[in-house]
Design a protein. Structure first.
Length: 266
């Protein structure tokens, strides 16, 4: 008799992943400080060599190529560390948001979607679809404007049975794939404009960005052959399925990033 595969409790899994991502942020911050000092030391060494080469004429100017090469190498290393730190920071926010939904402390912490409220809508106000503590705020994990618009449309429009079944199928498929959903959430943030340039609390995509190219790379990394219909729409719109993510979790995501020097994703 086959026994179902045991899944970690959502709360435990989210807390474990949050701690792992926070450890990456801390490690990268420490490395960032050391590399900044290293770059300063290389610059000071280059200045000393320049004085010896041009002021005292005691060295060949070609010696300046050594600190220059070191500085470029350390700068590239530093940039990669900062990229890993920023990605881990986005992951921290992703899991903090998930934990707030699980603990019931989410009201007032997310997008309210008030701009979608229609005064003459037959049920939007009665069911608290939009506003602080609303259904929309609970459900949305969208990182771009099209994701919010999609979720709002679903809430405001009665669904066709076939569409609802397709959405449930999409949720069932994506629920256990927490690594994939994390990468998709981080992709949405990375492709979005800087927060200071956001309009209405949610970002547009950078001009000229083709989200399909980035999306396909994420899907390929997780061995997803392709998503059709509602499944693809749910993914492309930045994670609008939201609350269903906490219904079940599977995988070893806590092991993905244990140190700042690990491989960067996205």
């Amino acid at each position: 008799m086959n026994t179902p595969e045991a899944r970690p409790a959502p709360l435990d899994e989210y807390q474990s992943r949050l701690r792992a991502r926070q450890a990456v942020v801390a490690a990268c911050e420490s490395m960032h400080a050391r590399l900044a000092l290293m770059r300063l030391a290389i610059f000071a060494a280059a200045a000393a060599l320049a004085w010896l080469a041009f002021g005292r004429h005691g060295l060949s100017p070609l010696w300046l190529l050594v600190p220059l090469a070191l500085f470029v190498a350390v700068a590239i290393w530093h940039d990669r560390v900062l990229t890993r730190r920023d990605r881990a920071s986005r992951a921290v926010r992703f899991y903090e948001r998930g934990l707030s939904r699980l603990s019931g402390t989410w009201p007032g912490t997310g997008a309210t979607g008030e701009r979608f409220l229609q005064p003459d809508h037959p049920y939007a106000a009665d069911l608290d679809l939009f506003g602080q503590g609303s259904v929309f705020e609970l459900l949305t994990t969208a990182r771009i404007r099209s994701g919010e618009e999609t979720l709002a449309g679903w809430l405001l429009t009665p669904g066709v049975a076939s569409d609802l079944r397709a959405r449930h199928e999409a949720i069932g498929e994506l629920t256990p794939r927490l690594d994939l959903r994390e990468d998709l959430a981080l992709l949405g943030e990375r492709l979005a404009l800087h927060p200071g340039e956001r309009a209405g609390g949610i970002a547009h995509l950078h001009p000229g960005i083709e989200i399909d190219d980035h999306l396909e790379r994420v899907l390929a990394r997780h061995h997803v052959q392709g998503l059709g219909g509602a499944r693809r729409r749910v993914v492309e719109d930045g994670g609008v399925l939201a609350h269903a993510q906490e219904l079940g979790v599977r995988g070893r995501g806590g092991e993905r990033e244990q140190r700042c020097g690990g491989a960067a994703h996205g």
